[in-house]
Design a protein. Structure first.
Length: 229
């Protein structure tokens, strides 16, 4: 299977390509030039691997949360490619990607991700390494959401947790609200292509695929707007 991965939820333009033989990646900080550079970068990545667009079997995309504009750009490209090629897509949480890296590199099993949102708000998700069919993939505990750092959900205090994401600059508030001891903190906020590919292919193997029009961003703030006052 040949899989293309795209994530533009952050300042980084994250692209990945995997065939049965090899994995390629292009992870570059672009700030505000995603719209201008993403298509040429996809073409360059495919050319470097001698892969044609028609060879792609699956497109994995970072569905957010993250930059509003960045997500719209990335999802628009994914929809266009998937529709034009008639290929399925799989959405992957940008928070889950950050958690997955901690398992891949350090074998940390319990991860609380807190990405900077606005002021003292964070994009939050708690993850534990899954067993069974999704063995080795980070699995969400509860739900992702936008929270005040002092109001994130409490977690199991009987296990060792690590913290990931720029939101951990508010570490004291997060620790008190979650009720856990955090043994390690990494302020990284950029997903990596290999984790996007690993999670996307694991989800696809479980049948969690969509057609092009169903590729949508996950802003999380819509959940906040939908709550009754």
């Amino acid at each position: 299977m040949t899989t293309l991965a795209i994530d533009t939820s952050s300042r980084a333009c994250v692209l990945g390509l995997r065939t049965v033989e090899k994995t390629w990646s292009d992870e570059t900080i672009l700030d505000r030039t995603h719209s201008r550079e993403i298509l040429p970068r996809i073409d360059a990545l495919l050319n470097s691997a001698a892969v044609k667009k028609s060879d792609i079997d699956l497109i994995v995309y970072g569905q957010g949360p993250g930059s509003f504009t960045g997500l719209r750009i990335g999802v628009g490209v994914v929809q266009g490619l998937a529709f034009g090629l008639g290929k399925p897509v799989v959405g992957v949480s940008s928070l889950a990607c950050l958690a997955q890296r901690q398992w891949r590199e350090n074998r940390f099993r319990h991860v609380i991700v807190a990405m900077t949102a606005r002021h003292t708000e964070v994009y939050f998700g708690a993850y534990v390494v899954a067993d069974g069919a999704l063995n080795g993939s980070m699995q969400l505990q509860g739900r992702e959401g936008v929270f005040e750092a002092a109001e994130i959900p409490a977690q199991d205090s009987g296990v060792d947790w690590v913290g990931v994401g720029g939101g951990w600059q508010l570490g004291d508030l997060l620790k008190e609200a979650s009720g856990v001891t955090v043994s390690h903190i990494n302020l990284e906020e950029y997903p990596q292509a290999i984790d996007l590919l690993d999670l996307g292919e694991a989800y696809a193997a479980q049948g969690l695929i969509k057609i092009a029009p169903e590729a949508l961003p996950e802003y999380l703030r819509e959940q906040v707007a939908a709550k009754p006052s």
